[in-house]
Ligand binder design. Structure first.
Ligand SMILES: O=C[C@H](O)[C@H](O)[C@H](O)COP(=O)(O)O
Length: 220
């Protein structure tokens, strides 16, 4: 039986096939992406121009491998964005932000032509919401947003001892049964004080590389 890390490695290796030569690619955040960065550095470092990163953590890892990191504002196009997910359904809607990088991830993903999600089979679900939905919130709006989330049927919990790369807090919302991810994403994103929520439904993944015991499945 393959370990979770072996499955992540299989998905990460498959993702290399989607990386165009000589391009600036988008890089997400998290343990699966960390494995992808290692593989990218080992096999393709000299063959890409560099990356736009979605977090300070990924930036540090890319720089440690001497992969050039570009400011998003200096880049016109990103052909592919490679990132993991906390949950993903068969429409390729996702919950992201377990590592707190959701806002920058959503920004880079919005520029990318193709979002390639790399995940092990444990992330693939019928209905989103077992994993608590992370929401990045401006600190002064914490109580207001928490009250509104309770009205939407959620149980928000402040992520302890955590500040995002943008200086904000995260509310993790438990108990949301998300049958209509696009609607829920919009409802939450419209609450005053919310920077963004970890539902990636409006901008979903274009390709899912799902690592199973039997191999990596390519889903579109
Ligand atoms: O903020 C973190 C990101 O959204 C990650 O993509 C997500 O949490 C999945 O991370 P991992 O690959 O560690 O499961």
């Amino acid at each position: 039986m393959l370990s979770p890390d072996q499955l992540k490695l299989a998905a990460a290796r498959k993702a290399l096939e989607f990386v165009p030569e000589d391009a600036i690619i988008g890089i997400g955040t998290g343990s699966t992406v960390n494995i992808f960065i290692e593989e990218l550095a080992a096999t393709m470092k000299g063959r890409i121009k560099g990356a736009v990163s979605s977090s300070e953590a990924s930036t540090a890892r890319l720089k440690a491998h001497h992969i050039p990191v570009f400011d998003l504002n200096s880049v016109d196009e990103i052909p592919v964005y490679i990132d993991g997910a906390d949950e993903i359904n068969h429409y390729l809607h996702m919950i992201k932000g377990g590592g707190g990088a959701l806002t920058r991830e959503k920004i880079v993903a919005a520029v990318a032509q193709e979002f390639i999600c790399i995940a092990d089979a444990s992330k693939y679900v019928d209905v989103l919401g077992k994993f608590p939905v992370p929401i990045e919130v401006i600190p002064m709006a914490r109580s207001l947003v928490a009250r509104e989330l309770v009205k939407l049927g959620g149980h928000p919990e402040l992520r302890q001892d955590f500040t995002t790369d943008n200086g904000n807090i995260i509310l993790d919302v438990y108990g949301m049964h998300i049958a209509k991810p696009v609607e829920v994403e919009e409802l939450i994103n419209h609450l005053p004080g919310v920077v963004t929520c970890g539902l990636f439904a409006r901008r979903r993944a274009d390709v899912l590389l799902l690592a199973r015991e039997s191999g990596v499945e390519v889903l579109r």
